[in-house]
Design a protein around this ligand. Structure first.
Ligand SMILES: N[C@@H](CCC(=O)N[C@@H](CS)C(=O)NCC(=O)O)C(=O)O
Length: 206
């Protein structure tokens, strides 16, 4: 397997899951700033021009954060990253879908890619402000789901890897002060050896 990732992007969550399940994989960085994902070569692998991409051993590519996370968790059930019961699975998906589509796709994307929401540069600050509002609203809601638990479902699951990548954008990228429960979850995640390995591999920690 090969993970195509960009340092500190949402692919960081997948990198963490690969480490958590003890997968044997290669990781290849894609330089988004240089537009490497828009090249013909990259688009031949993922026509959506996005990371993460998981290139499987048969050469096919699996895309979309949620799909890759679920695929990996199911490869190694013993790692316990995907809960056994239907309700817990629903809860995990509920949190991940909200983080990935609302916080990331609507909030963070507005903060960092305002031109994709409004072609007029004069409107970009308004779009960024709306992005920050959505991002902050998302953290408040997820803090409520987390409650007093250490992890979103009680024990570590792929949902925590999703929460970690947006928390990294808030705390690591200094775009937003995290609510206390989310900040505690972020600190707890940083203590996990697999998280640390993924961060070091992406040049985000030493
Ligand atoms: N829906 C996709 C979104 C992936 C995505 O937006 N990836 C970002 C990095 S966090 C990216 O590749 N951005 C490049 C671009 O949009 O130009 C997923 O969940 O995998």
């Amino acid at each position: 397997m090969k993970l195509l990732y960009a340092p500190g992007a949402c692919s960081l969550g997948i990198h963490i899951i690969l480490e958590e399940i003890g997968a044997s994989y290669e990781a290849q960085a894609v330089n988004l700033r240089a537009g490497e994902h828009f090249t013909t070569e990259f688009r031949a692998i993922n026509p959506k021009a996005k990371v993460p991409v998981l290139v499987l051993d048969d050469g096919s590519a699996l895309t979309e954060w949620l799909a890759i996370a679920l695929y990996l968790a199911e490869q190694v059930p013993a790692a316990g990253l995907w809960p056994p019961g239907p309700l817990e699975r629903g809860r995990a998906m509920e949190a991940m879908a909200y983080i990935n589509s609302f916080m990331h796709g609507h909030g963070f994307a507005r903060m960092f890619r305002p031109e994709r929401f409004a072609p007029d540069a004069g409107q970009h600050e308004t779009v960024r402000t709306e992005g920050r509002r959505i991002f902050a609203e998302g953290f408040e809601l997820i803090a409520g789901l987390l409650g007093d638990r250490d992890y979103l479902l009680g024990t570590f699951s792929i949902a925590d890897a999703a929460l970690f990548y947006v928390s990294f954008w808030g705390e690591g990228r200094k775009t937003l002060e995290l609510p206390p429960r989310i900040a505690a979850h972020y600190a707890r995640m940083l203590e996990r050896p697999a998280v640390r390995r993924a961060m070091i591999a992406e040049g985000l920690a030493s």
